[in-house]
Design a binder for this molecule. Structure first.
Ligand SMILES: [Zn+2]
Length: 409
């Protein structure tokens, strides 16, 4: 079906364009057409009147474990599917399922489930593969990863345990300073898998060695990593300084102070920082909601998940729409969209297809309401997803309005 979305403005690739209609055909954006807002006659379905909205490219979450009461470590396609569906309503149109440090059997189940949903297609955000966070991490920087399942880096062990599931890996978070860490970094890089340095106590010098061996990414910068100090710049200093590394940031204003996030963008430039949610089962759940992380209880408290035993942070309780909003508050929507859409797409090699509204890209489109400062509609492959506005009541009736004779949002 060919249709047009008449947007008040569209933002893509760091630029804003006023009064454009996005022409969508067979799930792709095929053209932009400028229009005169005053000269426009009535907009009839299937065209969409989004003149009060700003179109943004769909967001891509490279680091997410679950949400909305579901954990992808449940290891069933149904759990992955449930998360994918809810994510779409928060403006996430693609993601990497992220198994964490756990028994290999559980990691395999999670990856197998993600593969099933990826192959059959999800009714919601696309699964692009897996980000394996652990088990080859430094116990000193374990954060909320269960220490009992941490393993020393080993090419052989990884290949044996994952077998044909290796092809699902897009990113592996590991600590390169551990014995065997550099060898594993070279091996994964050689297979086209992105090595992300994280849960790591690497010094500045050890990080440079990891970069020489192929490491290209850093996992939730500043969290669970050797910090920056002026005489010991550490992994965090290397992430800020070295252009080879793209840097994840959990911009929830809990894991990092907004000024720290801003400092990272200033150091690395707007094209090398990537917002991730690190979302847990607790995403979208109320205060006091408890869930289990491999035998350890975590509780949702004031916009974060915390370990019951230690009080330490156990991942976030927000989705990417909140990261976008926090980032936009300090750096503007143009930059925020780069960090949440274009940059993660490019890191995975999808720069022409995802994270952009350029003609030729998949029609993964968000409609942002500038008055309410929130995403209200999400299209994936040109198909409107059910929308969820936590404050705006019945999502289905809102979604249906879009194709009503009154002309939509
Ligand atoms: Zn994580």
């Amino acid at each position: 079906m060919v249709f047009r979305i008449y947007c008040g403005a569209l933002i893509t690739d760091g630029q804003r364009y006023a009064h454009r209609a996005l022409l969508v055909d067979k799930g792709r954006i095929v053209a932009w057409e400028p229009y005169e807002p005053d000269a426009l006659a009535r907009i009839e379905p299937p065209d969409v009147d989004a003149r009060d909205y700003i179109a943004l490219p769909g967001m891509i979450d490279l680091h997410i474990h679950g949400g909305f009461g579901r954990d992808m470590m449940e290891g069933t396609p149904e759990a992955v599917q449930a998360v994918a569906q809810r994510l779409a309503r928060h403006g996430v149109t693609a993601f990497l399922a992220t198994p964490l440090t756990a028994p290999w059997g559980a990691i395999r189940n999670c990856m197998r489930a993600a593969r099933t949903v990826r192959e059959h297609g999800s009714e919601g955000a696309r699964v692009l593969g897996c980000h394996l966070e652990g088990p080859f991490i430094n116990p000193k920087r374990a954060g909320a990863q269960p220490p009992e399942y941490i393993r020393p880096p080993s090419v052989r062990e990884l290949e044996t345990e994952l077998g044909d599931l290796m092809s699902e890996l897009r990113i592996v978070t590991l600590a390169p300073e551990l014995e065997g860490g550099l060898e594993l970094t070279r091996h994964l890089t050689g297979q086209g898998i992105i090595v992300s340095i994280g849960h790591s106590d690497a010094t500045y010098e050890q990080t440079l060695q990891a970069i020489e061996n192929g490491a290209r990414h850093a996992t939730h910068t500043f969290n669970a990593m050797r910090p920056f100090q002026h005489r010991d710049p550490g992994l965090a200093g290397a992430v800020m300084l070295r252009d080879e590394l793209t840097a994840e940031i959990i911009w929830d204003n809990v894991h990092t102070h907004p000024a720290t996030a801003q400092l990272l963008v200033k150091a690395k430039g707007v094209e090398r920082v990537i917002c991730v949610s690190d979302g847990t089962t607790g995403v979208g759940m109320p205060n006091g909601y408890t869930f289990e992380l491999w035998g350890h209880r975590a509780v949702v408290q004031n916009n974060a998940a915390r370990m019951v035993e230690t009080g330490g942070l156990a991942g976030s309780t927000i989705a990417m729409d909140a990261c976008l909003k926090h980032c936009a508050e300090t750096l503007g929507l143009e930059v925020a969209s780069l960090l949440c859409a274009a940059n993660p797409a490019r890191a995975l090699g999808y720069g022409d297809e995802l994270g952009t509204l350029r003609p030729g890209a998949c029609a993964d489109i968000l409609l942002w309401n500038p008055r309410a400062q929130q995403i209200e509609y999400t299209y994936i492959d040109g198909v409107l997803q059910l929308c969820e506005s936590e404050t705006a009541g019945d999502s289905i009736s809102v979604a249906n309005n879009l194709n009503s004779p009154e002309g939509g949002p």
